[in-house]
Design a protein around this ligand. Sequence first.
Ligand code: MG
Length: 366
Amino acid sequence: MADLIKKLETYCLELPYAQVVHFHSVTEDRGRYLIVRLVSENGAEGIAESVCRPAQTGDTTEELAADVAKHLEPLLLGADATEDGIYEAVADSGAPIAARAIVDVALWDLKGKILGKPAWSLMGPGPAAPVPVAWIVHGNSVQEQVEEAVKAIDVRGFSGLKLKTWKKSMEDVDMVRAVREAVGPDRVIWVDANGSYTPEEARAVFPHMAELGVSFIEDPCELKDLAEMAALARDLPIPVLGDKPCQTYDDARMLIESGASGAVSVKLRRTGVTEGLRIIDLAKDAGVSVVIGTDSESRIGSLSRIHMRASQPSMAPWPTETHFFGKLADDVFAGEFVFENGCISVPDKPGFGAGLDTAKLLRVAA
Ligand SMILES: [Mg+2]
């Protein structure tokens, strides 16, 4: 008999960072997270998490919780997480994108728990091998970036690196070269300009990185004109990875078909699992690479992304960006989280294998 959803709970949390974190748009000493918990009649639970950072995401945890309650709770109560219908109803609900995404992720966890299967096995063929993870390097000088890159590999134990490049000059090339020399030839490295270059600057600087083993150039310029971006992508010797312009399946299709992106970023905060898998399929058919981007996830959010990556052979060898657990001083994760040899293991448990530490949850509820 079907095990229907009988309850939806939301929790607004504040989780402290180990150190102050400087983002492009804001500096913070803690992150605000919304947890969604779906509970079935037989007591199975589906859990998902979303960071809310108004300067970046445009919403607060309270607003996101209100969107979930208003638009999605009425659809979810009495629904069956093992049936496709509820995923379609959530997608068609008209709810804001982040509300649809967090609920979709919680539904996939619940589906796995009800069916007694790890989530990866419901998403794709696997193999559910440990997933390599990349650290994202920020820093104000070449020296700072090299030091952080070396620490990420040697001390923190990450597998690959994404280097932020914003000097818009040969200084960025010198930084990448210094990091490459410090970490050796085999580490996956890509760069992210956060749209800060002009097309002229991009044509002048990025070709010098081709010999440094850079896998992608993420968002070299702000996307203003698709044809202009496609022309730039054709001129660069390294694939352009579309992140910010790739919010939805339709965006991904537009970027891939136009040639403006030779790789795309999937972030579960904007696509959930269901739409994310459609983008991965589209990219696979087009021969385009996909990287799972970071959503400042704690260990809870990490595991949903690790399951997705582990289910899709077409995503190898690229690391996921699910590094942010390394910046949080604490979270409300309960369960087994194995990070070793640069990789996060895929728990062989129903759903994502991420539980909630309920005592802690109540302590950090905002
Ligand atoms: Mg980016």
